[in-house]
Design a protein around this ligand. Structure first.
Ligand code: SF4
Length: 690
């Protein structure tokens, strides 16, 4: 039988990639790791996707970094160095930059794939050891719009406020901008059971994806118009008398204004803006009006917009109007993307937050966390810049002069990389901790080789708010360090007033104390409990507390217990199409790759067949493009040469480019959502030529 410790038998752990955090077991096999599913883990029930099956391939990979690297100023090349030399040099330069320009001269950039312990220590490194306000992370580009909307409407930000398996019991599931069958295939079993139980699946996506292939109804809107579909639904549901007035009166506020705003969005007007036939919208409204139990799940397609927060709020309005949140097999939720997309934003690597999802400008929150850290509240900096704004300011007069990057490949994943990469190059000091020479590491002055997931222990919080434990299965290669040890060492060398633990279980216990009483309360969770219970849902304020798989059953998280309807208006994409750039460009993921591809593009078993661009046959005919031949996609920010894939599953006015390969984000727009500061990755104006 599998055991939970690193012995000759297999080690139970979780996948290194997406937010499903599929349970798996690992066993060393020569230079690689044998992956097997952990059949009992309830989220994936033994299922894994190709990425999970092949995740062991980075162990012993010839491109693994095993020595710190320093850029030689004379030659411009990177050379090997000892850890002491690298950290001495790094700490010395950080101290000098702080002395010359102040603490905000140093910035920290984290990632949504880091464990909770690392995210927590990064926040503490920034605020306590470096004293900088300049810390944010790539999760800002993942689901921050859903976080903003959840906080505003429901009083808390937890992606799914119920276990994923709850979808099996719903009658109507509406997926807005989610390609779950391709991006997290083991989750498809829950969709299939829903349909076996007689439920219906509705997919809203400009592309007819593999998820749409399993749907009963598919709506293909113009990118950037999901919001008006929600307004149109509110209009129809109200007109049909389908609004749950008892629920609206007892559990919510703000309906009257939303009702008035929706009155202006009759189906034919929605059709003119979104391209979705009025009859399809009516069909969806009828489905929802006739269901006792229904769910709306949003994902990046709805959220990665300059109006992402407003779009999600509009869909939460739909769920509230139908009286869904808090009822069994019903409600609104967000399907998080990155492995620790949820936990990564709860413990202090976000510019405006302290651990426990406490706001950094709240005096009580500052006092609590400062007490746990053993420092004075006044010594903690205030809020910093959001991820893109932090990068955009690099090297400028009031921007940071040094950047420490952990768990992120900014040079590929940032929006408008043609603007961002020169900002990285303008830095006095760029430091990247990574497993391999990512495109960002290749630009760095200091590269620090760190452990990968199978070589370390730490917790992740999956898309359901379930805190799971990744266990160390193998020893790291010689020369590689765990990031917890690296952060502790660096903190000491820059003169931290307090010590940093290097043990994951100790760090997690400290995180629990820091989060105690906060919105994301982990105080009752510890590593051993997770091992025993195979995951614990937050909030869990004490060891006796059972955890909270389902939220909102009695009350919402606002002080008065009520949810908020929020009135929103459609503004459309920040960059509308025009004669010069007549097509909509949208970006997204494919099955065999993950995020910037730094890991998955190096796994031999996974097809590295990008970049490519999907275009409709009518468009291909018009520009003379042929399947498998190169085309050039241009926007006002840059161009990308990619292989044409001529498919009839996409709108004729839209092209799709996956973002796993260098260059896709040269094209994207950097308009930001005013609340979440999410860039508009999902739509901009483009042209395509042969
Ligand atoms: Fe890993 Fe996500 Fe694939 Fe599961 S679905 S195996 S967590 S990448």
């Amino acid at each position: 039988p599998a055991t939970r410790t690193a012995t000759r038998t297999a080690t139970r752990t979780h996948c290194p990639y997406c937010s499903l955090q599929c349970g798996m077991t690992l066993q060393p096999r020569g230079r690689t790791l044998e992956v097997q599913p952990w059949a009992e883990f309830p989220v994936n029930e033994g299922g894994l996707c190709r990425k999970g099956w092949t995740a062991g391939g980075l162990r012993g990979h010839r491109e693994r970094l095993t020595s710190p690297l320093l850029r030689d100023r004379a030659t411009g090349a990177l050379r090997e160095a000892s850890w002491d030399e690298a950290l001495d040099l790094l700490a010395g330069r950080l101290r000098a930059l702080r002395a010359e320009h102040g603490p905000d001269a140093v910035a920290v950039f984290g990632g949504g794939g880091l464990t909770n312990e690392k995210a927590y220590q990064l926040g503490k490194l920034a605020r306590v050891a470096l004293g900088t306000s300049q810390i944010d992370y790539n999760g800002r580009w993942c689901m921050s719009s859903a976080a903003s909307a959840g906080n505003r409407a429901l009083g808390v930000d937890r992606g799914l406020p119920f276990p994923l398996a709850d979808v099996e019991g719903t009658e109507v599931l509406v997926l807005v901008g989610s390609n779950l069958v391709e991006t997290m295939p083991p989750a498809a079993r829950h969709l299939d059971r829903l349909r076996e139980n007689g439920g219906r699946v509705v997919v809203i996506d400009p592309r007819r994806t593999p998820t749409a292939d399993r749907a009963d109804l598919v709506l293909q809107p113009v990118p950037g118009t999901d919001l008006v579909l929600a307004l149109g639904l509110l209009h129809l549901l109200d007109a049909a008398g389908a609004v749950d007035t008892a629920y609206v009166e007892t559990r919510t506020t703000g309906w009257a204004a939303v009702k008035a705003a929706a009155a202006g969005w009759w189906p034919e007007r929605v059709e003119r803006v979104s391209g979705v036939p009025a009859a399809q919208l009516r069909e969806l409204a009828d489905l929802l009006a006739g269901a006792e139990k229904a769910m709306v799940l949003t994902a990046r397609g709805a959220e990665q917009h300059a109006q992402g927060t407003a779009t999600v709020l509009a869909w939460i309005d739909v769920a509230l109007a139908l009286g869904l949140p808090g009822r069994p097999h019903s409600g609104w939720g967000c399907l998080t993307g990155q492995g620790n997309g949820q936990g990564g934003r709860e413990h202090g690597q976000k510019a405006d937050q302290l651990p426990g999802y406490r706001m950094i400008d709240d005096p009580a929150a500052r006092a609590h966390v400062a007490g746990v850290w053993g420092v004075e509240p006044d010594s903690l900096p205030g809020p910093g810049r959001s991820a893109y704004e932090l990068l955009e300011a690099l090297g400028t007069e009031d921007g940071a002069k040094a950047l420490l990057v952990f768990g992120s490949n900014i040079a590929v994943s940032a929006p408008r990389t043609g603007h961002v990469v020169p900002r990285l190059e303008a830095l006095d000091l760029l430091v990247v901790a990574d497993l391999v020479m990512s495109e960002t590491a290749a630009l760095a002055d200091v590269v620090l080789p760190v452990t990968q997931w199978a070589e370390e222990t730490g917790t992740m919080t999956n898309l359901e708010g379930r805190v799971v434990l990744r266990e160390r299965a193998v020893e790291p290669p010689a020369g590689v360090r765990d990031e917890l040890a690296l952060i502790a060492d660096l903190a000491a060398r820059v003169g931290s007033p307090v010590p940093f633990s290097t043990e994951a279980a100790e760090v997690f216990a400290e995180l629990g104390r820091a989060s105690s009483g906060g919105r994301a309360d982990y105080a009752g969770i510890d590593h051993d409990r997770i091992r025993r219970e195979e995951g614990v849902f937050w909030p869990c304020p004490s060891p006796e507390h059972p955890g909270t798989p389902r939220l909102f059953t009695e009350r919402f998280a606002h002080a008065d217990g009520l949810a908020r309807f929020v009135t929103v208006e459609h503004a459309g994409p920040a960059e509308p199409v025009d004669d010069a750039y007549p097509l909509h460009l949208t970006t997204g993921r494919v099955l065999a790759q993950y995020q910037s591809g730094a890991q998955t593009r190096r796994i031999a078993e996974l097809p590295d067949d990008g970049p490519f661009v999907e275009l409709h046959p009518m468009l291909a005919d018009r520009i003379g493009a042929h399947h498998g031949e190169p085309v050039v996609v241009t926007t006002r920010r840059g161009e990308l040469k990619a292989t044409a894939r001529v498919v009839d599953t996409i709108r004729p006015d839209t092209v799709f480019v996956p973002f796993h390969w260098v260059g896709a984000n040269r094209l994207t727009h950097d308009a930001l959502d005013p609340a979440s500061r999410m860039p508009e990755f999902k739509v901009c104006a483009c042209a395509v030529r042969t």
